[in-house]
Every structure is written in structure tokens, then in C-alpha cells.
Design a protein around this ligand. Structure first.
Ligand code: JB3
Length: 215
């Protein structure tokens, strides 16, 4: 029998995770956890309750999980939920949409999700609980650390490094070899041609620290 799986969070991102999991067909989706008591089901999947359910996983025959919270702009909640589920004894599952193109020479970490039409090219290494959102391009030899989120349509050119928990906004372009520090934020549509320090926040073309006027 396929292992029972819970998706943590029941909003828009969860609907994408649920679809990828269904199409992959490797797990039996048991339910969703969400603190919103008004939410009874998500994409036809029952909401089981809040995250306290994770401690009852064995009784409910749940063995694995996927973080279904997207947390735009701050990946810390996603990282916390991932750790919480691991502490509850659950195993992270990957959610890779069948239309994504993932090189057999790329490595993909536990709990990582790759959405429709995304591309992950050879030599790339993706950590745990990473999101490569719809139609994002992760070129060759890119490294993406745990909990980072590459939003829809963003492009990471060859050899880019993305630090833990970093956020790359929709449609942003990170030029070859640039390093994005841990927990940094790259705004939507930015073109990043220089390294961004840990916790840095950049926007614009070319990207500059947020709040500073271009010269
Ligand atoms: O832009 C795209 C393609 N996707 C966005 C995604 C990355 O982020 C999407 O459009 C949204 O902006 C956002 O999706 P997300 O995170 O699902 O947000 P939202 O639709 O607002 O739903 C968040 C859900 O997570 C709500 O139902 C919250 O109650 C729930 N939630 C918040 N904190 C939580 C927690 N659920 C659990 N289980 N545990 C929590 O700690």
C-alpha cells in the first residue's frame, strides 16, 4: 500500500502540491492540516485539523508529509513547519509535477517541490524543502540550499548559488555565477548581476538594495 501523506497548510500553494502529488501517484493523500477552522477541504482533500494532527500521525496511518505553505517573501515559516514534521517522525516527500523537466544529472533533496513546466538542468543540486515554482528555470550547475523558493518564471543562470531560505521573486533573473546569500530576498522582476549578502534585499534592473535610489 502507498504510504499515507499529509500536506501542511491548505491555501493556494497547497493546491499545487496536492496536484503534483496526485499526478506523481506515489503516496496516498490522507489530508491537510490548517489552523483555519473554517477550511473544511482543499481541492477535495479533507482538512484534518491544525498541526497538532502531526503528533497523531501514526494513529492516522500517515507516514510522510509535504509543506503546503508558500509563505511569500519569508521562508522561515516553511523551514519551521518542515522541522516540526520531521520531529513528529514523518518523512518528507518530493512533489515533482510530471511536466517538469528534471535532468537525471541533477540532485533533488527530500521534500522539494518542482512545479509545472519548471526546468532543472544537469549538475544542479537542490536541497531539502526547496520550491521551484511553475516555469522557473534552474540552469546547469546551480546550487539551491534548503527551504529556498524560486518563484514562477524566475531564471537562475548557470552556476548560480542560492543560500538557505533565500527567496527569488517571480520573473527575476540571476546572472551566471552570482551568489544569493541565505534568507536574502530578490524582488519580482529583478535582474541580479552581483552577489547578494546574507539577509540582503534587492530589487530592480540592475538589482540594487531595496530602499536605495538608482544612480
Ligand atoms: O505565487 C504563487 C504561484 N503561489 C503563492 C505561494 C507561493 O504562496 C500563492 O499565490 C500565495 O501567495 C502563497 O500561497 P500560500 O502560502 O498557500 O498562501 P495562502 O493561499 O494565503 O494560504 C496559506 C494557508 O496556510 C492558509 O490556509 C493558512 O491558514 C495556512 N497556514 C498558515 N500558517 C498554516 C500555517 N497551515 C499550517 N498547517 N500550519 C501553519 O503554521
Amino acid at each position: 500500500m502507498k504510504p499515507g501523506c499529509v500536506v501542511i497548510g491548505g491555501g493556494g500553494h497547497a493546491t499545487m502540491v496536492l496536484e503534483a502529488l496526485r499526478l506523481q501517484g506515489k503516496v496516498r493523500i490522507v489530508g491537510v492540516t490548517d489552523p483555519d477552522r473554517g477550511r473544511k477541504s482543499v481541492a477535495g482533500v479533507p482538512v484534518l485539523g491544525d498541526d497538532g494532527i502531526l503528533d497523531q500521525a501514526r494513529r492516522l496511518k500517515i507516514r510522510c508529509f509535504s509543506v503546503g505553505v508558500g509563505s511569500v517573501g519569508d521562508n522561515r515559516p516553511r523551514a519551521q513547519l518542515y522541522r516540526r514534521a520531521i520531529e513528529s517522525g514523518l518523512k518528507p516527500v518530493q512533489a515533482i509535477h510530471p511536466s517538469a523537466v528534471v535532468s537525471p544529472r541533477a540532485t533533488v533533496g527530500p521534500g522539494t517541490m518542482i512545479f509545472p513546466r519548471a526546468v532543472v538542468n544537469p549538475g544542479s543540486e537542490l536541497g531539502a524543502n526547496v520550491i521551484v515554482n511553475s516555469a522557473a528555470v534552474v540552469e546547469h550547475d546551480v546550487r539551491i540550499a534548503d527551504h529556498a523558493h524560486v518563484c514562477p518564471g524566475a531564471v537562475l543562470c548557470g552556476g548560480v548559488h542560492v543560500g538557505e531560505g533565500a527567496f527569488i521573486g517571480a520573473g527575476a533573473v540571476v546572472i551566471q555565477g552570482v551568489r544569493i546569500g541565505a534568507w536574502a530576498v530578490v524582488a519580482a522582476g529583478a535582474v541580479v548581476h552581483k552577489d547578494v549578502p546574507e539577509g540582503g534585499r534587492v530589487a530592480g534592473i540592475p538589482a540594487r538594495p531595496m530602499g536605495k535610489k538608482s544612480t
